[in-house]
Design a protein around this ligand. Structure first.
Ligand code: NAP
Length: 266
């Protein structure tokens, strides 16, 4: 049990990757504050955590609204005494559109949830971690923050901002014994991606063909990397962006050139 009696706050933990991280932390001994804009989902996950024998609390704060974040963090510290671990996983999809046709309100909402939300949660939790002189933070970015994805300018820009904010916070907080890292998932089977596949926005076979390991990833595979970075084993790692993408960002091919052979047909 790597996280016995640690106190964690996970945003966007009512669904997908955040939910998987929250439950994985609880299975390894942590008490978890479960945040999600959809408070019913958050309450469901908090109940699961309590049934695992850990303490939990559901909070429906919108991570992009400063007063809601401050109140969530203060309430968590009031209840549990401190926060040792923070994971920022709250996120929304953007309206896929070329930058020149993007509606500014849509752009702003994506930037607000992903980048401002990450900044506000880090800032307010780090204040307590500085007093404790310990803490670990993982921000969920994306492969879209590393490469330029057409039609995804808001999402890609926000996620690139998350990676850079992670680096700056890491160097500012290192001497307080606070580690700050980012994890960048590739295509992971969550409700967010299922919606894109079912809505015809993604063709799963394209993802599979473009991903060297030849499949869509699982939330558990992201949670494994996040829990490693939150653990004492990762004490000398700070300011990194760890891709969890089945080799997607390492792969430099295009079109049919250097197409990967199917297993058994080399
Ligand atoms: P998901 O299943 O949709 O979970 C995201 C959760 O965040 C949802 O429950 C959502 O609630 C909540 N949320 C949205 N806006 C919020 C806000 N303002 N405040 C608090 N909670 C909010 O998505 P996911 O696939 O697990 O994604 C989790 C994170 O991983 C996101 O940051 C995403 O960008 C990133 N990511 C995902 C993938 C992937 O392939 N799945 C790849 C790369 C990066 P609502 O449902 O009410 O909006």
């Amino acid at each position: 049990m790597r996280f016995t009696d640690k106190i964690a706050l996970v945003t966007g933990a009512g669904s997908g990757i955040g939910k998987c991280i929250a439950l994985s932390l609880a299975r390894e001994g942590a008490d978890v504050v479960v945040n999600d804009l959809n408070v019913e989902l958050a309450e469901g996950v908090a109940e699961e955590i309590v049934s695992l024998g850990r303490r939990s609390m559901a909070r429906g704060a919108d991570v992009s609204v400063e007063k809601e974040v401050i109140s969530m963090v203060d309430r968590a510290v009031e209840e549990f005494g401190r926060i040792d671990l923070l994971v920022n996983s709250a996120g929304i999809l953007d309206q896929a559109a070329p930058a020149m046709k993007q509606r500014t309100d849509d752009w702003q909402r994506v930037i607000d949830v992903h980048l401002r939300g990450c900044y506000l949660c880090c800032q307010n939790v780090a204040k307590y971690m500085v007093k404790q002189k310990s803490g670990k933070i993982v921000n969920i970015s994306s492969i879209a923050g590393v490469v330029g994805l057409p039609m995804r300018n808001a999402y890609s820009t926000a996620k690139a901002g998350v990676i850079m904010f992670t680096r700056v916070l890491a160097v500012e907080c290192a001497h307080y014994n606070i580690n700050v890292n980012a994890v960048s998932p590739g295509y992971i089977r969550t409700p967010m991606v299922e919606r894109l596949i079912l809505g015809g926005k993604f063709d799963e076979s394209d993802i599979i063909r473009r991903t060297p390991v030849g499949r869509v990833g699982l939330p558990e595979e992201v949670a494994g990397a996040v829990l490693f970075l939150l653990s004492d084993t990762a004490s000398y790692i700070t300011g990194i962006n760890l891709p969890v993408d089945g080799g997607w960002t390492a792969f430099g091919s295009y079109g049919d050139a250097y197409r990967l052979p199917s297993p058994g047909k080399e």
